[in-house]
Design a protein around this ligand. Structure first.
Ligand SMILES: [Zn+2]
Ligand SMILES: [Zn+2]
Length: 441
């Protein structure tokens, strides 16, 4: 009896020792300053009733930006910090933009966030649209790095980072004892950045990243890696955002330091997505999460039309002591309803552990999910398809071919393995000792 009571106390002590914290991840506002006038982001359409909170063919009106920031504040204001992964400037052609205008757009959103969250550090990164001209981030100092640093240095709060931000738009911050944020300017690796294309290490960011991660391991810190353009393949379109040489370098650094990286949180895709890094033994070692955008904008290129999606924001639950990523709470705004009723109701779409039946969102747990998703008829794959568009008015169509692209993209971040996976007839194998695994492929 005495032994049992002792055990109970021990179990209670273990649970009580978990120190849970939260942070928000918000990305891709794409504020269209011309929404109520020229509708410059609206795919060349003339929309007579664009909607108070936004339109699925256009980037965000200011009202949507406001409703997002005040909305997350009312959902949960006592977070430890926030990640903001760029693309504040709309999908508008360069002749309608300028260095001064892009700076103005970022300044307005920064000030709104500072006003609403005066005591919360926000770790912000550039998106490919924030530079002028779009995408062409240079590997050296410029006015946009200088001006933006003036806006964000209060959050960074560490003068030792001046040199990195002013030279390449990247920095690192110890968010709390034992937990480091590494904020990258991964736009320099984007395929559209013709300025850095072919360079070995633009702004020396790779060398710096390698050194920061090495130091983090030495100092017993865990790291959250954040940025805009993610490595790997966006599925189901099978688009690789980074030039392959940069993609490979990035992946090699991440893999080498996987023991200190607790998660990667990126933007740019506008959809709810993720991918996993594996070691040579086939074990999942790092989760890369991609948060859906605030902008509801959908592209239309020739005959290709993107399926509509809703604005989204996400809250991440983590263990403050270990950095372990415990859960994702994905919120969305039903844009059509909001426009109809005239007010916004941010709704919890899903909690990852409940939706996917996994204990947390660490790499091994996400691998459990990927295994379940390898069955195209599984509830888990259906849920993934449903939430890919942030509960949009319709799911993207995903047949067997699409399923294969998705599954290959979730597990293969480089060109060679990704293409091999696509052409392989038998890519998904159930482990011999897993009777619950059934694979259709
Ligand atoms: Zn974007
Ligand atoms: Zn982007």
């Amino acid at each position: 009896m005495l032994v049992r009571s002792f055990c109970t106390v021990l179990v209670w002590a273990t649970v009580a020792a978990e120190d849970v914290g939260y942070f928000w991840h918000v990305t891709d506002f794409h504020w269209d300053f011309s929404y109520w006038t020229d509708q410059l982001s609206c795919n060349g359409m003339n929309i007579s009733q664009p909607g108070l909170f936004g339109n699925q063919w256009c980037d965000s009106p200011w009202r949507l930006v406001q409703e997002t920031i005040t909305g997350i504040k009312s959902l949960k204001s006592d977070v430890d910090f926030m990640l903001w992964t760029g693309d504040t400037v709309p999908h508008v052609a360069n002749p309608f933009l300028s260095t001064a205008l892009n700076e103005e757009l970022v300044r307005n959103v920064t000030e709104l966030m500072q006003n609403e969250f005066p005591d919360i550090p926000i770790y912000a990164t550039f998106g490919n649209h924030d530079y002028y001209p779009s995408n062409l981030y240079p590997p050296h100092g410029n006015e946009i790095y200088n001006e933006t640093y003036e806006l964000w240095k209060k959050w960074i709060n560490d003068t030792s980072q001046d040199q990195y931000f002013l030279k390449g738009g990247y920095y690192t911050v110890l968010a709390r004892p034992g937990l480091r944020i590494v904020a990258l300017n991964s736009n320099m690796y984007y395929t559209h950045d013709t300025v850095t294309l072919g360079m070995d290490d633009p702004s020396d960011q790779f060398a710096w990243l390698d050194a920061v991660l090495t130091d983090a391991a030495f100092n017993n810190e865990k790291v959250i890696l954040t940025g805009h353009v993610p490595p790997g393949y966006s599925t189901p379109r099978a688009v690789r955002w980074m030039s392959e040489a940069f993609n490979k370098k990035m992946n090699s650094i991440v893999s080498r330091h996987s023991d200190v990286i607790v998660a990667m949180h990126f933007g740019h895709e506008h959809h709810d997505n993720f991918r996993l890094y594996y070691n040579t033994a086939g074990k999942a070692i790092v989760s890369l999460f991609i948060a859906p955008s605030v902008t509801p904008w959908r592209y239309q290129i020739l005959s290709e039309k993107e399926t509509p999606h809703n604005p989204g924001v996400r809250l991440i639950k983590y263990d403050r002591q270990t950095g372990k990523q415990l859960d994702i709470y994905q919120y969305f705004m039903d844009l059509e309803t909001a426009n109809k009723v005239g007010y916004v109701n941010w709704t919890l779409g899903y909690q990852a552990t409940t939706l996917y039946g996994i204990p947390d969102v660490t790499a091994p747990s996400m691998e459990t999910l990927v295994k379940k998703m390898s069955n195209i008829n599984s509830q888990e794959f259906k849920a993934y398809v449903n939430w890919y568009n942030t509960n949009g008015v319709k799911d993207f169509p995903c047949d067997a071919k699409c399923h294969k692209v998705v599954m290959c993209g979730l597990r293969n971040l480089e060109e060679g393995p990704f293409n091999t996976c696509l052409t392989s007839p038998n890519i998904f194998k159930c482990p011999p000792a897993d009777p619950g695994c059934s694979i259709v492929g």
